[in-house]
Every structure is written in C-alpha cells, then in structure tokens.
Design a protein around this ligand. Structure first.
Ligand SMILES: CC(C)(COP(=O)(O)OP(=O)(O)OC[C@H]1O[C@@H](n2cnc3c(N)ncnc32)[C@H](O)[C@@H]1OP(=O)(O)O)[C@@H](O)C(=O)NCCC(=O)NCCS
Length: 198
C-alpha cells in the first residue's frame, strides 16, 4: 500500500530557508543520509539521487512537507473563506461554485493536485476536477487535457484546509509527524515532537 508521511510544524513566519531545512531534515531521516534538493525556476523541488518525492506548502503559521515513494502534492491554506470565495471563479467551474462547498476546500484540493502533477498553477486549476467530494473520501482527479492517475483528499482542521494528492491506484495510508522548530539567526533546525498514525 502507498504510504505518505505528512510532516508539520508551526512557524511565526515562512521563509524559504525554513521550508528547505524541514525538507532536508525529513529526507535525511527517511534515507539515513543527507539528500540534496534541486529546483528549477518553475518546477517542484526534487530530492537528488533519490526515488523519494516530496511537496511543500505553508500558510501564515503552518509549514507542511509531504513525503512518499510516489508523486505527491500538499497544500495548506488559512486564508479567510470570504477572501477566496471572491476569486473562486478563477479556479472553480460553475458547478463547483454553486455546489455549496467552501472555496478554500477547492483551492487546497486543486493546488495539491497541481503540485503532484509538478506543474503548480500552470496546470490550470479550472481544468482540474474531482470525481467525488474530496472532503468525504479520496477522490480521483481529472484534468481536461491529460490523464492523471491521482487521488486527492482534503481535511479541515483548526481553521485551515489541508489538501493532499498522491499518484496511487488506491487510497494511501497517511501518518503525521509533528516537529518543533528551533531558530538560530537565519538558520532553522527541527526536532521531532510527536507522531500520529492512522
Ligand atoms: C507553488 C505554487 C503552486 C503555489 O504556491 P503558493 O500557494 O503561493 O505557496 P505554497 O506554500 O502552497 O507552496 C509553495 C511551495 O510549492 C513548491 N513548488 C513550487 N513550484 C512547484 C511546482 N511547479 N510543482 C510543485 N510544487 C512546487 C515549492 O516547494 C514552494 O515552497 P518553497 O518555495 O518554500 O520551496 C505556485 O506559486 C506556482 O505554481 N509556482 C510556479 C511558478 C509558476 O508556474 N508561475 C506561473 C503562474 S501562472
């Protein structure tokens, strides 16, 4: 069965240095060696010389890194629902807009899928749709122009939505590891704080 670990930490503000430091920490923990991360201008960051995939997201105070053997994408969003609802026509279809589900849910579902495709916003969020409501169950992802083989799930927790997408034929098992951030000047270190399995 496909497994995904979602690594979470709480930060007062986001910096690229912090997200890279957490990604380096969790990749080294998984592989038992330091792993170099590479990225081109518009592409996803990748673990060099490794089959592990990872994806990063942050909102105002939470940083998340999802890690798996298969392509994955994660998105966390704490923007107020009314702010996203105002611009939802840019990323939702007419049916999605009138379906009564929160705009923030659609945003995180679609961004996580777009990240798992490795294209980010260039995937065209309006081109992405779901066979089922991803809040209720893992849902297959459809893209107007390409086959995806992706599954997405969204959870709402503590005033934010988390979207998680994986390239898998069946729903994956997911566990979560919480990390405590330690800042030294501009450098960040992370120490394990607890693990949630399920
Ligand atoms: C990354 C992106 C999908 C969403 O960003 P966002 O909602 O502002 O921020 P999030 O915190 O959720 O995600 C940011 C992380 O996504 C990751 N990311 C960047 N590009 C990515 C891509 N093409 N695919 C997957 N992940 C990507 C990065 O790790 C980044 O975190 P980091 O800068 O700390 O390393 C969006 O900015 C994007 O598509 N960027 C690519 C540039 C691009 O194509 N621009 C044209 C837009 S039409």
């Amino acid at each position: 069965m496909t497994h995904v670990v979602v690594h979470l930490t709480s930060l007062p503000r986001h910096t690229r240095g912090a997200s890279r430091a957490l990604a380096h920490t969790v990749l080294a923990q998984r592989e038992g060696r330091p792993v170099r991360i590479t990225a081109d201008e518009f592409g996803p960051p990748r673990a060099q010389d490794s089959r592990t995939s990872f994806s990063i997201s942050h909102d105002r105070t939470v940083l998340v890194v999802a890690v798996s053997d298969v392509a994955c994408g994660v998105d966390v969003e704490d923007a107020a629902e009314h702010e996203l609802a105002e611009v939802a026509y840019r990323f939702c279809s007419a049916a999605e807009l009138t379906g009564g589900l929160p705009a923030r849910m659609w945003w995180t579902a679609k961004e996580s899928a777009a990240k798992a495709m490795g294209r980010g916003l260039r995937a065209g969020l309006r081109s992405i749709s779901f066979a089922h409501n991803p809040v209720l169950r893992w849902s297959t992802v459809d893209h107007r122009e390409r086959r995806t083989d992706l599954l997405t799930r969204v959870v709402e927790l503590n005033g934010r939505h988390f979207g998680l997408t994986v390239r898998a034929p069946r729903p994956p098992s997911v566990s979560a590891q919480v990390w405590k951030p330690l800042q030294d000047g501009e450098s960040w270190r992370f120490v394990p704080e607890g693990r949630l399995d399920g």
